[in-house]
Design a protein around this ligand. Structure first.
Ligand code: DAH
Length: 346
């Protein structure tokens, strides 16, 4: 019996060594260790042997069973490893394939431009201040010399907010420009002051390629004892050189805004045609970039500044428009359409 066991062990081990796939391995397991396997049969038949022999054979059979079970596990591990290696070889892992893309956000082109412009003014000693989008009629209009029923109100199509107080006399709106911050800043601070205010503004208007109902402006304000139009010019010339390049020409022409006197329209010479006239500059050779002027004495008085002592300049520009000029973007509606194909370019 012991010989039979020894033979079985040798045969099983030899066969196991020759096995090359998992299916054969399973067949081998059934053959020796399965319910009807040869080793199982021997173990079951132990009861028929005389006591003395049963002990010896039983011990030996159990030892062999353990050995075979251990070898089975080991063999299975090796076969699985080999199978994986084969799969890699056949199916192939292309190590030159790009990794899984890791989505990365970026700053909106408007945000980038807001930061760039504010940075230029910061280096000239301006402080960056922000205001709120919801504003009182007083700051957006009244305090800026635009009383009720003044025709200049038509310059800003307004989105009103339905808000009633007891007296009903404080109409609320979405600011149509960043200029109301001029008043809020002057109410809070004493000259000398130099600030820029970036922010979103709202217009009740149909949109087209050059008009949006929401866009960004940057307001500038400087007030001190000896500020003149020459300071405004110097500041904006330098700004233009920094943003658009040294070679740009800057033009000041009279314009009207109720809260400045004189008011000016600031333009740069067209960088596409160099001033000869083209589609971008509407054949004029010039591109308007902002409105500006000397703060109106009545505005100064309203915030308690003595216009005999203090003078100031103010300016306001549309941010998207500048981004459009820089990148040759022809439709302002692209800025808030949230089309990633557009946004990813910046
Ligand atoms: N707030 C004006 C607008 O939205 C732009 C502007 C013009 C701002 C002249 C100014 C200024 O500060 O002095 O149309």
């Amino acid at each position: 019996m012991l010989n039979t066991l020894e033979e079985l062990k040798l045969r099983a081990t030899e066969e196991l060594e020759a096995i090359t796939d998992l299916k054969e391995l399973e067949a081998w397991r059934l053959r020796y260790l399965g319910r009807k396997g040869s080793l199982t049969r021997i173990l079951r038949g132990l009861g028929l042997l005389p006591l003395e022999e049963r002990r010896v054979v039983g011990a030996q059979a159990n030892k062999i069973k353990e050995l075979l079970e251990r070898s089975l596990v080991e063999r299975e591990r090796l076969l699985k490893e080999a199978e994986l290696a084969r799969h890699v070889e056949v199916a192939g892992i292309d190590v030159t394939l790009p990794g899984r893309p890791f989505p990365q956000g970026g700053l909106h082109p408007t945000t980038q431009m807001v930061r760039e412009i504010c940075h230029i003014f910061e280096t000239m000693g301006f402080q960056v201040v922000e205001g709120t989008d919801v504003e009182w009629d007083y700051y957006n209009f009244e305090a800026l010399n635009i009383p009720k029923d003044h025709p200049a109100r038509d310059m800003w199509a307004t989105l009103w907010i339905d808000y009633r107080t007891e007296s009903g006399e404080m109409p609320m709106l979405l600011r149509t420009h960043t200029s109301p911050m001029q008043i809020r800043i002057m109410e809070r601070m004493r000259p000398p002051l130099r600030v820029v205010v970036p922010g979103r503004v709202y217009r009740y208007e149909a949109t087209d390629a050059t008009h949006e109902s929401i866009f960004y402006q940057i307001e500038g304000l400087a007030v001190d004892e000896t500020i003149t139009l020459a300071d405004l010019k110097g500041t904006l010339f330098e700004f233009s050189r920094r943003l658009f390049g040294r070679e740009r020409q800057v033009r000041f022409r009279c314009d009207y805004f109720p809260f400045v006197e004189p008011g000016v329209e600031v333009a740069i010479d067209c960088f596409v045609c160099g001033g000869k006239g083209c589609r971008l500059c509407n054949e004029t050779g010039w591109i308007e970039i902002m409105g500006a002027g000397m703060v109106h004495p009545d505005v100064l008085k309203r915030v308690g500044y003595d216009p005999e002592i203090y003078t100031g300049f103010a300016f306001g520009l549309g941010v998207e428009r500048i981004v459009m000029l820089r990148h040759g973007i022809e439709d302002i509606r692209l800025f808030y359409a949230n089309d990633l194909r557009f946004l990813r370019q910046f």
